[in-house]
Design a protein around this ligand. Structure first.
Ligand code: MTE
Ligand code: MO
Length: 168
């Protein structure tokens, strides 16, 4: 077997085994609800990686149910795991700067995402989160599974009306 062929075959096998290294990220077909920029390998736009709602829905999802400081009663939030978003864009940084439409922003260490199933909620009680209802994205920590997170430190990282995330 010739060496060039062998190395090409190896490269193809590696690209196949590691889709995040292959840089595959389809372009959004609908309104962009999230743009991820910064230290990422996979982009689909000059600004970085753009997602429409269907693209976020296609990622692994989780949900969080219970009382939060933002609502009077128990609610169920659901949406993609932020870890899945980071994987989709091939992120390699230590932190996320999460920015909302009102220019509020918070820094989230990547360790939070590794330690807990934090989601970017796109739904509340199954209904799409409109901008009026703190959408299109709302960072929700798993307060139901990890009650130790129910404090100001993590409330401050619970950014609503999220439209962009920068990895650094
Ligand atoms: N978009 C957006 N998200 C935000 C904020 C904000 O001003 N804008 N405030 C943060 C802070 S500092 C806290 S403590 C919690 C709770 O804010 P609240 O007390 O105004 O409801 O939401 C967080 N998420
Ligand atoms: Mo806060």
């Amino acid at each position: 077997m010739n060496l060039k062929r062998l190395s090409l075959g190896l490269l193809a096998a590696i690209a196949f085994a590691c889709p995040s290294l292959a840089g595959e990220l389809a372009a959004p077909e609908d309104r962009v609800v999230l743009t991820v920029s910064g230290a990422i390998d996979n982009t689909n736009a000059p600004d970085g990686a753009e997602f429409d709602l269907a693209m976020l829905d296609a990622l692994p999802q989780d949900s969080v149910t219970g009382r939060t400081p933002w609502y009077d009663d128990s609610r169920t939030f659901s949406g993609p795991l932020i870890s899945a978003i980071l994987e989709a864009v091939g992120a390699h940084g230590k932190a996320l700067r999460v920015t909302a439409v009102n220019d509020y922003s918070a820094e989230i260490p990547v360790s939070d995402i590794e330690d807990y199933p934090v989601i970017l909620a796109t739904r509340i009680d199954g209904a799409t989160l409109s901008v009026r209802e703190k959408g299109p994205g709302f960072v929700i920590y798993p307060f139901d599974k990890a009650p130790e997170l129910y404090n100001e430190k993590y409330f401050g990282r619970s950014v609503w009306q999220v439209t962009s995330i920068e990895i650094f």
